[in-house]
Design a protein around this ligand. Structure first.
Ligand SMILES: NC(=O)C1=CN([C@@H]2O[C@H](COP(=O)(O)OP(=O)(O)OC[C@H]3O[C@@H](n4cnc5c(N)ncnc54)[C@H](OP(=O)(O)O)[C@@H]3O)[C@@H](O)[C@H]2O)C=CC1
Ligand SMILES: CCCCCCCCCCCCCCCC(=O)[C@@H](N)CO
Length: 273
């Protein structure tokens, strides 16, 4: 059943700019309480002001917390704790912090592979790991991962970026199988090129081939991309590929459910013994 956004606590990493900021605005317009997570404090405060202009009641809050989501798990866990103390348990986490860098494989520094994997992949693992236990206990929760079209197709110039965005999909699908019996739903967005500060930055160093491939499709508005992402997160539906895999996933899900029920039964037995 759909998640009710009015009064819900939504945490958006990368919420100070681009797609993340638009996702925060979209949720705020629907009555959510927002925690924005990013590094730069000025950008966070600026975004907070912009989001607050869209309030629909006088109880709504926008909380800002500065942290690098890709560095230290304990730091990220503390940030989530702070957010939960102020605004209650997290109902929805949107992992939108990330960045793109392009270049031919032999021209990219190996440190770029490490950096993109940290920010785009581990930077989604840490916040998710920090919210999942409470979500499972409450039997309420949504986690959104922001991959990319370059997370479905490996494209010229994106050896480092595409890999980091493919990784998100593996994480998300495996995690979904674990948490489905707890009513926690995971969605993955695969946005096309979108007009954001991050996109402008990325375009300054794009190889010609990457640019030409990118120009075969048009650039989207972040408001439009954000709207779709929020909609997909609230009402979870199934894509074509997952429909094909349905038979297998269904039988795996029943294994997971059976194990959960067994475990809960023996926990109750232990407690009463
Ligand atoms: N724009 C596009 O064309 C597309 C973008 N995407 C993906 O969407 C996401 C958002 O992109 P976009 O809106 O363009 O990006 P922007 O660069 O405009 O915004 C990125 C946001 O992430 C934050 N951020 C970056 N690194 C970290 C970090 N280590 N820790 C915490 N926060 C961080 C930034 O704040 P700060 O720097 O202050 O930390 C900022 O709020 C990314 O994951 C991107 O890969 C996917 C497909 C297309
Ligand atoms: C079934 C899949 C459909 C695929 C359609 C073909 C798309 C080809 C062009 C893709 C352009 C690159 C997008 C990367 C966007 C991105 O992540 C960066 N801009 C990040 O900032």
């Amino acid at each position: 059943k759909p998640l009710a956004l009015p009064g819900a606590h939504v945490v958006v990493t990368g919420g100070s700019s681009g797609i993340g900021k638009c996702i925060a605005i979209e949720c705020y317009k629907q009555g959510a309480f927002i925690t924005l997570v990013a590094r730069n404090e000025d950008k966070l405060l600026q975004a907070k002001k912009e989001i607050e202009m869209h309030s629909i009641n006088d109880k709504q809050v926008v909380l800002c917390i500065s942290v690098d989501v890709s560095q230290d798990y304990n730091q990220v866990e503390n940030v989530i704790k702070q957010a939960q103390e102020k605004l209650g348990p997290v109902d929805m986490l949107v992992n939108c912090a990330g960045m793109a860098m392009s270049g031919k494989f032999e021209d990219l520094e190996v440190s770029t592979f490490e950096r993109l994997m940290s920010i785009n992949y581990l930077g989604s693992v840490y916040p998710s790991r920090a919210v999942i236990t409470t979500m499972k206990e409450r039997r309420v929760g949504r986690i959104v991962f922001v991959s990319s079209q370059a997370g479905q197709l490996g494209l010229f110039g994106f050896t480092a970026y595409s890999a980091s965005k493919f990784a998100i999909r593996g994480l998300a699908e495996a995690l979904q199988m674990e948490v489905k019996p707890y009513n926690v739903y995971i969605t993955v967005a695969y946005p096309p090129d979108t007009d954001t500060p991050g996109f402008a930055e990325e375009n300054r160093t794009k190889p010609l081939e990457t640019r030409l491939i990118s120009e075969t499709t048009s650039v989207c508005k972040p408001e439009q991309v954000a709207k779709q992402i929020v909609k997909d997160a609230i009402v979870v539906t199934m894509g074509l590929f997952r429909t094909i895999a349905l038979f297998y996933l269904g039988s795996f899900d029943s294994i997971v459910r059976r194990c959960m029920m067994q475990r809960e039964k023996s926990e109750i037995a232990d407690k009463t013994a």
